[in-house]
Design a protein around this ligand. Sequence first.
Ligand code: SAH
Length: 454
Amino acid sequence: MSKEKSRSHSTPHRQSQGGKDFRKRVQRSKSQTDAPAVQPASRPRAGNPSAKPGIMLKAGREKSLQRRHPWIFSGAVECIDGAPASGDTLPVRDAAGNFLAWAAYNADSQITARVWSWHEKDVIDKAFFRNRIANALAARRALGLLPSPAGGGGAGGEGARLVHGESDGLPGLIVDQYGDVLVMQLGSAGPEHWRDTFADILQEQCAPVCIYERSDSDGRELEGLPKRCGVVRGTLPEKVEVTENGLRFAVDVAEGQKTGYYLDQRDNRALTGTLAQDKDVLNCFCYTGGFSLYALRGGAKSVLSIDASEGALELAKRNVELNGLNASKAEWQCADVFGALRKLRDQNRKFDLIVLDPPKFAPTAAFAEKASRAYKDINLLGFKLLRPGGLLFTYSCSGGISDDLFQKIIAGAALDAGVDAQIVKKLHAAADHPVLLSFPEGAYLKGLVLRVAG
Ligand code: SAH
């Protein structure tokens, strides 16, 4: 990964609001080494102010664009002609003046521009975006991933990620569907500029009762954009629900994390459910109870769920009720997982199946070292709490931690815990979170199912 890429910060992944304590810890120790977590954007040189607005790259810096990676880092830019505003669409040219792409400019970001199109003949307008969004919906429909009809799922309808940013050719735009409500998240200056256009198109193509905006991801700050949340179209129903594999989940689109729910773990939660029969289950970072509900429905003997967010746990308990599941088998703890796992170890508690699904400890590769320690810590404790033959479902949604590194961390944790373990399955985000081949950053969620020796 190039030095510039290691500073990237806007992959469309999870927020870690609940992980603030951990982030504070990381940032504190970072400042001790005088390495700022985020460097201020180094502005590219201004070119000819009276020329047509456009971006000229430094000689030899066109290569990543030729491989169709959609980000243009400030360090690759020779100069910016004209006086463009953030959000404007600009042509990007190589040092010899050859056209490379149309991209959304952001004066305040280290990612100076994000590509909308690779074709000079394209006009970036409402029709262009109508087409892109229709393509994203059609791809999901073709794979049987679209609640049918889109937006017509009713209050308790199914959910899907309808638009997954860069991987759908729409950098910075996330759209999640929960029944007949859409939640839109704008992560960079391009989609910010086209906000109303996107809302119009989504209304036209999906006919939801409400489009709610949750443009409050951490990444916006790094893009120089203020946080913005609220209703964009229609009216937000008092209760929003999503049905997933027959389980009902109340979703707090206004106050919940991310867009209100973690659709990416849908298939992985289902897998956990199929393996939970008669097991003592521990679900760490449980949020609104996703993995816990599947385990309860799957016949778990007991399910202990831990999260630092009081609000998330309230909703989790409501979700157990909503599904008529046996609440007496469920135990809830509002606690910091790092400390709670140590307590469980000291109490000599043992489990047959453990889920560790923490927030992103490493939003960028700059955080990888500290984050590795945190991942190792919780996984080491997880291994120690498992009975022989037990299963560990362990995840990382950190853009700054690669698949290889994650596996190495887990191997180190098993070694230090003194257990032999096998990988029995590798897991990723559900298929409505596709990964564009030229944008490997899209594969932020990685999971391992491990079985410790019996
Ligand atoms: N597994 C969930 C998603 C987890 S999101 C699902 O399937 O829906 C991460 C969760 O970790 C959030 O709910 C957040 O509140 C919680 N969290 C973050 N840091 C924590 C900490 N140190 N201790 C406990 N919970 C934490």
